[in-house]
Ligand binder design. Structure first.
Ligand code: PLP
Length: 375
């Protein structure tokens, strides 16, 4: 039984109905590249030139896309951002870290560090869901960790060095959903890490990190020390392999092919500025609609913290957001459901650079239509 009394009229529908916060929309062009180019790399050795050339291309394009400062290196490995938290726990934090926790993702990294028997208890600054409390200096902290974009709540914060931090403290920025859709100057981070299934419109399975000279030095020093670490979490091994355009073990090659296609697409249109502009335009349209709509309100109250890549929109209690998302899904508009853990009457909309701002406008009309026709 349909929760709406009638289907959304075709002329209102977006061209592409994927609004997930991650995995997110993969453009049809990228899938064409996959079928054209796939057989020359997929199913071939990652130690041979075709795959190594692909890794080289992705690393080079990322370096250009982020205008990597001298000495910064793009490092990659298997396991996504979640695995990278464990990598950072073993390979980057020397003794004590300070964490900004403002949602599900940032809390997982803090929990991994708290459980590590070889590290001191971390300093944790917690923000209420949907809010951002910027980190303050913690004397003695050798690493600071926060998320540029907290995907579970739709709150973003600027990438910056924590004022007053110890001079050799590293800034570890979880940019999984921020990278490629939000502005960044890499000089403000030591490790800017992310996964390919958000702004880079690829599949999951890998992590990437833009690492500063200080982070590379720290990695080498810890790897040389007496801390036991599993090889798969040894960042020095990943650095060494990345320099050879390889990964320690077999990478997700399809993910690399899709990612290279997206990086070429973004680069041809103006790179990071284009990408940031497109997400900003999408979120501008979405929030303009929210302000004009009596039954919708922004979950993130501070306008400056409202993410340009993931919007969280509360609906009036009289409207069942889950029913709205379900009706949208029946009409081919998918993944507008909120983050479960938040337990709010809410829609969550991914607006990564692949998403056409016109489709965001169409989405708002579809939401209006569904709300008017909910039975
Ligand atoms: C999606 C996401 C992660 C987890 O990424 P995986 O590649 O699935 O491990 C971590 N942090 C943030 C901010 C995310 O949005």
């Amino acid at each position: 039984m349909s929760p709406v009394s009638s289907a959304i009229p075709r002329h209102l529908l977006p061209c592409d109905g994927r609004f997930g916060a991650g995995p997110s929309k993969v453009r049809p062009d990228q899938l064409d590249v996959l079928s054209e180019l796939g057989s020359s790399v997929i199913g071939t050795s990652h130690r041979q030139e075709p795959v190594r050339a692909l890794v080289r291309e992705v690393r080079t394009l990322l370096s250009e896309f982020f205008t990597a400062p001298d000495g910064y290196e793009i490092v990659l490995g298997n396991g996504g951002s979640t695995l990278f938290w464990d990598v950072a726990t073993f390979s980057l934090i020397r003794e004590r870290s300070a964490h900004g926790v403002c949602g599900e993702f940032s809390s997982k990294f803090a929990a991994a560090v708290t459980a590590a028997p070889f590290l001191a208890e971390p300093a944790i600054t917690r923000s209420a869901p949907g809010q951002i409390e910027l980190l303050a200096a913690t004397p003695g902290a050798d690493s600071y960790a926060y998320a540029q974009n907290e995907t579970s709540t739709g709150a973003m914060q600027p990438v910056r060095r924590v004022p007053g931090a110890d001079s050799d403290a590293l800034m570890l920025v979880d940019a999984t959903s921020g990278a490629g859709g939000l502005p960044v100057d890499l000089r403000d981070a030591d490790v800017y890490y992310f996964a390919p299934q958000k702004s880079f419109a690829s599949d999951g399975g890998l992590w990437f990190a833009a690492m500063s000279p200080a982070a590379l030095e720290r990695t080498a020093a810890i790897a040389d020390g007496d801390r036991w670490m599993p090889p798969s979490l040894n960042l020095q091994i990943a650095v060494d392999n990345s320099r050879l355009e390889q990964t320690y073990n077999t990478p997700a090659i399809t993910t690399l092919v899709l990612m290279a296609a997206q990086l070429r697409w973004l680069t041809a249109r103006g790179g990071l500025d284009f990408a940031v502009g497109r997400s900003a335009e999408s979120s501008r349209r979405l929030y303009e609609w929210v302000h004009a709509t009596s039954y919708a309100s922004p979950f993130v109250t501070d306008p400056a913290a409202r993410s340009h890549v993931v919007a969280t929109i509360d609906l009036d209690d009289t409207i069942d957001a889950a029913a709205v998302a379900a009706a949208l899904r029946e009409n081919g508009i998918v993944d507008t459901e909120p983050y479960r853990g938040l337990k709010r009457n809410q829609l969550r909309i991914g607006m990564y650079p692949s998403v056409d701002p016109d489709d965001v406008s169409a989405l708002t009309e579809c939401i209006d239509y569904v709300v008017q026709h909910l039975s």
